[in-house]
Design a protein around this ligand. Structure first.
Ligand code: GLN
Length: 296
């Protein structure tokens, strides 16, 4: 059997299982298993061994059962970083890259730089590094993207999930990022008593509990619900984050968080009531209010 024959039967198998993007998923899994790039696969269409065929079939059967493609492949790209994912950790979404990019813009803005000049400054040793906190860090993708783009910052990620932290630490290692640490615990619990932060970022769970049964099965049956469930109105984590954020930020510090659909007004109000003055919201590629920035 040749590789493209395996692709054809894999596609049919996924179609019969009701997988929406059967062909695209079959292509990725089949070529990934063969270690072949797409062009080479089509140009050369190599003969495949029995072992490779059973490997392909194992992957395809996992996808047919609804397991997310990203868990099967084992990693995703996040702003150029290789982020390992698997059972127990939320898969980074494209819109979360916008949050990380906004965080990077914020820490590199002149307002923040005053606090921590680049390494060329003679005063460097006397000026503390920028401190950034990522709550509900999951795979660590946001913390890692910020840490990589801002080598003179100390980034700390916290998460309640031990499984998630294992991925986050592995992701730091794989991407060779050292100015980041990951701590286990709920929100601010692991950093109580530490120095103030310049920026707090978070993509917290924000789905309304009652909406969870209506999510795609790839999400509701496979991804950790604790990373998705934001309580009765989806806003539980924003209330908890803003209740404590000001106490952990230096004057002029900021909170940046990802929002769920339709949550901008409510979260803005929560931030205002917690003493944040300048609040702005950015849209994602779909035109949905997605990133909220609140400054003290
Ligand atoms: N954006 C995710 C989704 O749509 C939800 C992640 C979250 O709750 N922060 O499934």
């Amino acid at each position: 059997m040749r590789l493209l024959d395996a692709l054809k039967s894999s596609t049919e198998y996924l179609e019969e299982a009701g997988i929406e993007d059967a062909f695209a998923d079959a292509e990725i899994l089949t070529f990934d298993a063969a270690g072949a790039d797409r062009l080479a696969a089509y140009m050369e269409n190599p003969e495949i061994t029995k072992e490779l065929l059973s490997k392909i079939r194992r992957l395809i059967r996992r996808r047919a059962k609804g397991e997310p493609l990203q868990y099967i492949v084992g990693h995703v790209d996040f702003l150029g970083l290789t982020i390992y994912v698997g059972k127990g950790v939320l898969i980074p979404r494209p819109e979360t890259e916008l949050l990380a990019e906004e965080a990077i813009r914020t820490v590199q803005s002149s307002k923040f730089k005053v606090q921590s000049p680049k390494s060329s400054s003679r005063q460097r040793s006397t000026i503390p590094a920028l401190r950034i906190l990522d709550l509900c860090s999951g795979t660590g993708c946001i913390a890692l993207a910020i840490a990589k783009a801002t080598p003179d910052a100390d980034v700390c990620g916290t998460d309640v999930s031990r499984a998630a932290l294992r991925f986050a630490k592995k992701n730091a290692e794989v991407n060779e990022i050292e100015n980041v640490s990951f701590l286990e615990g709920s929100l601010f619990a692991p950093i109580l008593g530490s120095a103030l932060f310049d920026l707090i970022v978070s993509n917290p769970p924000y789905i309304i509990s009652a909406d969870i049964p209506r999510l795609q099965r790839e999400i509701k049956d496979w991804e950790p619900l604790e990373a998705l469930d934001g309580g009765t109105d989806g806003l539980d984590f924003y209330r908890k984050i803003f209740a404590d954020a000001a106490g952990h930020l230096r004057p002029g510090g900021a909170v940046l968080c990802e929002l769920g659909f339709g949550q901008a007004a409510a979260v803005k109000e929560i931030a205002q009531k917690s003493g944040f003055r300048d609040i702005s919201v950015n849209k994602d590629y779909a035109g949905i209010d997605r990133i909220l920035k609140a400054e003290l």
